[in-house]
Design a protein around this ligand. Sequence first.
Ligand code: PLP
Length: 398
Amino acid sequence: MLAYGRQSIDQDDIDEVVRVLKGDFLTTGPEVPKFEEAFCAYTGAAHALACSNGTAALHMIGMAIGLKEGDQVIVPSLSFVATANGPHYCGAEVVFADVDPDTGLMTPDTLKEAMTRADADRLKAVFVVHLNGSLVDLQGIAALTKAAGVTLIEDACHSLGSTYPTGKGTGSIGDCALSDFCSFSFHPVKTITSGEGGMITCRDPEMAAKLALLRNHGLERDHTLFTDADIGFEAGSGEANPWAYELQLLGYNYRLTDFQAALGRSQLSKMTRFGPQRKKLVAAYISKMAGMEHLVTPAPNSGNDDVVQHLMVGRIDFAARGKTRRQVMMELRDLGVGTQVHYIPIHRQPYYAKLNPGLTLKGAEAYYAGCLSLPLYPDMVEADVDTVVSALKTVLGG
Ligand SMILES: *Cc1c(COP(=O)(O)O)cnc(C)c1O
């Protein structure tokens, strides 16, 4: 059975985890900063902060920029629910942007439309999602967020390893050349995995320092930054108390363990193989699906050489094929092909629908109606793509 996505773990990944398990540190130790340094080197980010998962990354970014009740953020409706939940945990109201019906991506136009539904005084941040690994128009969107004076965050959970035009040259996703923060997830279906795990990248050193506190309860351990002399220093001598820490702001336990960081760094070192392999498989899909446009088309933008796709999405007119999506999914499963749907528009989820009565976003709903994620992961071989394509022909009646 071909899954729609899965991890690729080799003996050397396992050896790295076992090495750390035999050492002194299980939770945050030397492996976490080593993973962060490797991540900065790979993406070109100034600062990288590892955390427990991609959702925690989004929540912490919201906290770091001070989101609170009464604030608004714009989030594309076509994403995993975590993109909306992260800022909403801080109390911010989510204004859902529509997406392009073919790519599923927020565009400068759909952002502009969402801004007309938001309140300019309360709007604090815009979250974009590089859905499937296809990249949003960062230059166009950054121009709008800059003009509006709001923070721009890339939920980059689908786009590790991709490059993009910055206007001055070529950027790497994660370098935050046009945005304030990027968030990543290392869930097993993502491009690299640490079991559970996440990363935030940013340019601002003060934000990086704040994020480091937020992921560890908000505990300040640097004596030079203490505000309460009674706890921090010995009476009389004025020497620092070695056990002392101060809670200056309310954070969470969003730490990554050391053995997860070791796995993450081992996986990151394989992007030189994972990236080209994903590109090769996507190219194989596109060439083998040529001539099948009446049955299924690859979601556009997937042909970009500089993009490491997370998902391989087929767009299918189910009604025209005379089958429901469920039927197609079940028949493909019987032929050994696993598929998934990414995503149900978030504004349609009962929790958010109640907060946005009557909201319809035609692009998101049209994209959702026709999407089906096909198997894509680095351990697949080209013959697996043949299996998927011939199963699609069989099931869709081509
Ligand atoms: C996976 C994912 C997340 C959440 O990451 P977790 O590590 O599972 O918490 C958020 N946004 C997007 C777009 C994702 O794909």
